[in-house]
Design a protein around this ligand. Structure first.
Ligand code: DGJ
Length: 743
């Protein structure tokens, strides 16, 4: 049919959709400019492999859905069958919808429309174009294999931020069941990408990076937790050797799914390399009846010439452009969990609310422990009524008190879970995801409510609705999910897929009924962080670990995908309850500054000096909040692993804020120079620590001259990025905050 050129924000994707088979991605990466008409077939030809000995007699085609019938011997794009038949496909292109400008050849032969689409001009109205060559932002490919009784739709969008999304839909056109075992979109990556970076983790250590050369074979990151998982790789990145935060060409994908999923990098001896991702389906989990369709999760794909910061920049811009993106100032939050745990007492919580209001908190969140029987983590989940013994007058007196202090009120829930020690379980023991004849092993003394069961779903929806409607002033839910889904079946069939869809539906319904309520995605800390849950929630809880040292890394790598305003970052107690490390307030506050800021600490017990200092940090966050929550995130490639530096730069580059942390002792006594990236090279900036908050502890007799007077230093953005500033001799686990303001 045609060759399609998608162009947006310095990114191009060229799709050879001339048929007869499925289209092939010829290029995904740097913008190729407004290509000349005659260049497109030449570009395609320039990328076709030769035929070599001991191989197929014609060049093989790595299409949008790799197929054995096209000579692909790597991981198949589709695995499925119809009672052992129709196990291999040969899709033929049937239709192509291109949403964008038809590229009628211009007098000089350049394809028109390309320039218009650069820089994020809105997409023209949808239309079907069948011109010879096209420059566009969105394309829908339709194909069919009548012999196998299947048809396929592939939707590809390149948005104004340069973020690609892919979704495949498979329809069963046959007259009996077709089982989908796997359907995974992939994109080709050029040979220059020789290193892989992805993330793993565990409870309290989410999103730990791992990096290695990209070997032959498949690097497969599977999550079989029935939730996104502490170990999920937010991004799987392939890059040119030595890529860093600020340099190197990189390609990355994110599988947006909160159930079982897979993200894969595959390199073949035949020369191809791909990145892809999709859902992991259990045997028998998705069997399409006649006319039924299965849609993959969205696969997000981003390219950058400028390292990992470029990937984040595109993703953050994409997320910030969503209509649902939170646009009000993110309220400074006090969550009571690490202050009181299950020890709920109205007077104590009122006192905590008073202290919170005094230091500048704007949202007060009552965590676990408010509902029937929930005196500890072994009972109560599922019984979503206020516990009359602990709360004889209900929650309203506390809500009123909080609101009376000028704060919003939020409430913790863990909707998808049930304790066997609960009235709900006693009444409906079968409302639990399970395998016939046995319950899954318990985890935190709980099981998972079967939301595929319409009665269980309706019970839960109506209970949550009643809690929200029955109180005046609950405007926030912290939505927790504290276990994996294990042997998760419904009516004898695997049910993670259906449960995941049901949770999305539940969130959608509740949001429609209560549009003023914001929702936080929490899952034993940060085990449900993905872009599909974030389509229905307003922030994530990055980790149960509030230890600032651990948090530095957790937040840095969570920020690869998410902008700071979507990441909950709280100042915890002096001694971290998950690591027992002790940190002073300055280090905790600087670390928690770069996110959706909050406190999780019994601040009724702190002295007046600490309270004054905390008040100053909260005020500083509020002053910097528009910059922190709207600017471009930069991270420094520092040669000393004991130094971690990052910052946020205003989009007009008029100001920036940086944090430089010393995470350990270094080989050198002085940590050296830190370069400050992202500023306008031609403007001059005054750089200094912000006034009003204490400076970090150092071990030095005389400070570097630029820090001695408090007046800071004024230098050009080019000097700051290329030479940098000599750091003070920071003690380990201390952080220096710097503000740069254009002079
Ligand atoms: C796990 C969460 O991550 C914590 O913040 C807290 O809400 C507890 N659950 C409560 O049980």
């Amino acid at each position: 049919m045609t060759i399609v050129h998608l162009r947006r924000a310095r990114t191009s994707l060229v799709l050879d959709a001339r048929g007869p088979g499925l289209p092939r991605v010829v290029h995904w990466g740097a913008d190729l400019g407004p290509l000349r008409v005659e260049d497109l077939p030449a570009l395609v030809d320039a990328t076709v492999s030769p035929v070599v000995p001991s191989s197929f007699d014609a060049p093989t085609v790595l299409s949008l859905l790799p197929e054995a019938s096209a000579g692909w011997s790597g991981r198949p794009g589709l695995a499925g069958h119809r009672r052992g038949r129709d196990w291999s496909t040969a899709f033929r292109l049937t239709d192509l919808d291109v949403h964008g400008e038809p590229a009628a050849p211009s007098p000089d032969g350049a394809a028109a429309g390309g320039h218009d689409l650069l820089g994020g001009a809105p997409l023209p109205a949808p239309g079907v174009n069948r011109g010879p060559f096209l420059s566009a932002g969105r394309v829908t490919v339709r194909a069919a294999d009548p012999d196998a009784g299947l048809s396929l739709t592939v939707e590809i969008t390149l948005d104004p931020a340069g973020v690609l999304t892919l979704r495949q839909r498979l329809r069963n056109d046959g007259d009996n069941g077709y089982e989908v075992r796997e359907l995974t979109p992939v994109l080709p990556v050029p040979a220059v990408a020789t290193e892989l970076l992805d993330l793993t983790g565990r409870w309290c250590r989410e999103r730990a990076p791992q990096r290695h050369p990209w070997p032959m074979g498949a690097w497969v990151r599977e999550g079989r937790h029935g939730r996104t998982g502490h170990d999920a790789t937010l991004l799987l990145v392939a890059g040119a050797p030595g890529f860093g935060f600020g340099h190197g060409e990189v390609w990355a994908v994110h599988t947006a799914w909160s159930g079982d999923h897979v993200t894969v990098a595959e390199r073949r001896p035949t020369g191809e390399a791909t990145l892809g991702g999709g859902e992991l389906l259990a045997p028998g989990e998705v069997v399409l009846g006649p006319g039924e369709e299965y849609a993959t999760p969205l696969l997000y794909a981003v390219w950058s010439a400028d390292g990992l910061d470029g990937l984040s920049d595109a993703l953050h811009t994409h997320l910030r452009a969503r209509p649902s993106h939170p646009r009000t100032p993110r309220p400074v939050t006090l969550n009571v969990w690490e202050a009181v745990y299950f020890d709920h007492d109205l007077d104590r919580l009122r006192a905590l609310a008073d202290a919170a209001a005094e230091v500048g908190v704007e949202r007060f969140v009552l965590d676990d422990g408010w509902f029937r029987g929930r005196r500890h983590d072994r009972a109560g989940l599922g019984d979503w009524w206020v516990d009359g013994e602990v709360w004889p007058d209900g929650l309203q007196p506390l809500i009123d008190h909080v609101r009376g202090r000028g704060m919003q009120f939020g409430l913790w829930v863990e909707p998808e879970m049930v304790n066997p020690d609960s009235d709900l379980f006693r009444a409906h023991p079968h409302w639990v995801l399970q395998t016939p004849g046995r319950l899954p092993p318990q985890w935190r003394h709980q099981q998972v409510l079967d939301l595929v069961d319409p009665d269980a779903y309706a019970y839960l929806r109506d209970r949550l609705d009643a809690v929200l409607s029955g109180h005046d002033g609950i405007t926030y839910l912290k939505w927790d999910h504290n276990r994996d889904l294990t042997e998760a079946g419904h009516a004898g069939r695997p049910a993670v897929h259906a449960q995941t869809c049901a949770v999305y539906r539940l969130l959608d319904e509740l949001r429609a009924r209560h549009p003023g309520v914001e929702i936080e995605s929490c899952s034993s800390g940060g085990a449900r962080v993905d872009l599909e849950i974030l389509g229905r929630t307003d922030r994530v809880w990055a980790s149960d670990c509030n230890d600032a040292l651990e948090r530095l890394s957790i937040q840095r790598w969570t920020g690869l995908l998410l902008p700071p305003e979507l990441i909950g970052t709280h100042i915890g107690p002096e001694r971290s309850h998950t690591t027992h490390r002790v940190h002073d307030l300055g280090f905790r506050a600087v670390t928690a500054l770069f996110g959706h800021h909050g406190i999780e600490w019994d601040i009724t017990a702190i002295d007046a000096t600490a309270r004054a200092e905390l008040t100053a940090w909260v005020a500083l966050h509020k002053r910097l909040r528009p910059l922190l929550h709207g600017g471009r995130v930069v991270r420094v490639d520092h040669p000393d692993p004991a130094v971690q530096a990052h910052g946020v730069v205003a989009h007009d580059r008029s100001a920036a804020v940086y944090a430089v942390s010393r995470v350990a002792t270094s080989a050198a006594q002085v940590p050296g120079v830190v370069r400050l990236p992202g500023l306008d090279p031609d403007r001059r900036y005054r750089v200094r620590p912000p006034a009003g908050v204490p400076e970090p502890a150092v071990l030095e007799l005389v400070p570097p001259p630029w820090l001695a007077s408090g007046a800071g230093v004024t230098l050009s953005g080019s000097v700051l990025a290329s030479v940098g500033l000599q750091l003070p001799a920071l003690h380990p686990e201390q952080a220096l905050l710097l503000e740069a303001v254009a002079a």
